[in-house]
Design a protein around this ligand. Structure first.
Ligand SMILES: C[S@@+](CC[C@H](N)C(=O)[O-])C[C@H]1O[C@@H](n2cnc3c(N)ncnc32)[C@H](O)[C@@H]1O
Length: 393
């Protein structure tokens, strides 16, 4: 996703989409009433993204690609999957394992990786997709059957990651889609920003801090070397550490990789970043109002990569590297458009555009990071042999 904020008004949803959003709103209002008038933002975000049959990821919205709300790296170009495949092939050769992909979206990374690995003659035993959305599972199945038909029999869908994993675990833009808590710093310490309603309209409401929020504020202060200023608003993702620790503990031999937009903790909570990183996407427009069109738009936040590193290291994984997407792709052998597209000027131009979107600093190149860990696998992963930002964590 690329998230320059848009000043343009958002396109109006169809009558059918508005009716769907109204149903979603009713579901949120029920939850608010059941909790006595206010829900925490994490619960709100969980509902609008994942409520069965209604949430953004669970229901039938287009989501990905030109007809949807945002585009992710595997959809911009197969080059992304090909660069990942260079390193994954090495891991698969020695572990003879599987690939486990968390949150596979439209299925384009799965199809791209399977094709690229087949070309290298190093296919995973199985390609196992852990996907929470039933709607997306179906789309992934169709997409892979169409785009990597010879490999569809290797693909399986799971409700939870396998207990023991040898091979590769990959999650592209999944951590940013986990529900978060929102908070504000007060003169006494901090408070949650929860969600209430008036006449079916949703609005922010303060809720008292608890031990978890106070601990999070302490962690941030430790990283910054000072406390956040009063009035500072941001988010944190309580589900991230258990998810990363759980995946890490299942990896017996091989590689765990996250690609996402995010920063080390002390940069993510820089005092100047005082409105947080919450970002909403609707039909390729980015804005910051999560209460607009509930169920029709994506909501995400930037990832605290220090938290990712701490959680994986806590269960014994070795940090292999942390770098920008641009550095990773270039180091992993990003092809020269000229060499790849031959002499056809249109193909060359299209490839140059794709490479630009994936690597330029104002596009995905710097905002997106790649973080990889391993267990019982030693080797230099293509993509991580150059610039390493681990020291900034
Ligand atoms: C922003 S999309 C990214 C999709 C895809 N990886 C891509 O890059 O195009 C987030 C994906 O994560 C999935 N997801 C969210 N939470 C998840 C979880 N706890 N376990 C597995 N998948 C999850 C969503 O259903 C969706 O497929």
């Amino acid at each position: 996703m690329i998230d320059q904020l848009d000043a343009e008004p958002l396109p109006r949803p169809s009558a059918e989409a508005l009716a769907h959003s109204d149903q979603m709103r009713t579901r949120i209002l029920e939850a608010i009433e059941a909790r006595g008038g206010t829900i925490r933002f994490q619960e709100f975000m969980d509902l609008v993204l994942y409520a069965p049959g209604l949430g953004y990821y669970s229901a039938g919205a287009a989501k990905f690609g030109p007809a949807g709300d945002f585009v992710t790296a595997p959809e911009i170009s197969d080059i992304f999957a090909e660069c990942l495949a260079t390193g994954f092939a090495r891991v698969l050769k020695t572990t003879r394992g599987d690939i486990v992909e968390l949150g596979a979206g439209s299925g384009s990374l799965a199809a791209g990786l399977l094709r690229a690995l087949q070309a290298r003659d190093v296919l995973p035993g199985r390609y196992r997709i852990v996907e929470v959305s039933a709607d997306l599972r179906e789309r992934q199945r169709r997409f892979i059957a169409e785009n990597a038909p010879a490999m569809i029999n290797r693909v399986e869908w799971l409700d939870a990651p396998p207990a023991v994993i040898d091979g590769v675990i990959i999650a592209n833009e999944v951590l940013d889609a986990l529900p978060v808590e929102r908070f504000r710093v007060t003169d006494t310490n901090g408070e949650y920003l929860g969600v209430s309603s008036r006449d079916r309209d949703l609005h922010w409401t303060s809720l008292p801090a608890d031990e978890r929020l106070l601990r999070q504020l302490d962690l941030i202060a430790e990283a910054l070397g000072s406390r956040l200023p009063v009035g500072y608003v941001s988010e944190w993702c309580p589900r991230l550490p258990p998810l990363v620790a759980d995946l890490s503990s299942r990896l017996r031999r091989g590689l765990l990789m996250f690609v996402d937009y995010g920063l080390p903790r002390r940069q993510l909570y820089h005092p100047q970043r005082d409105r947080g990183s919450l970002i909403c996407h609707y039909r390729h427009r980015a804005h910051t109002d999560p209460f607009l069109y509930p169920g029709l738009q994506d909501i995400s936040t930037w990832v605290d990569f220090t938290s990712v590193a701490e959680s994986a290291a806590g269960v014994g994984l070795i940090l292999d590297g942390f770098t920008t997407q641009a550095h990773f792709l270039i180091d992993a052998g990003l092809p020269e458009p000229q060499a790849r597209a031959g002499s056809d000027p249109r193909s060359r131009m299209e490839l140059s555009r794709q490479v630009g979107v994936l690597t330029l600093p104002g596009e995905m190149g710097e905002r997106f990071k790649v973080m990889a860990f391993s267990r019982d696998w030693e080797g230099r992963l293509p993509g991580l042999t150059g610039t390493d930002l681990s020291g900034s964590l």
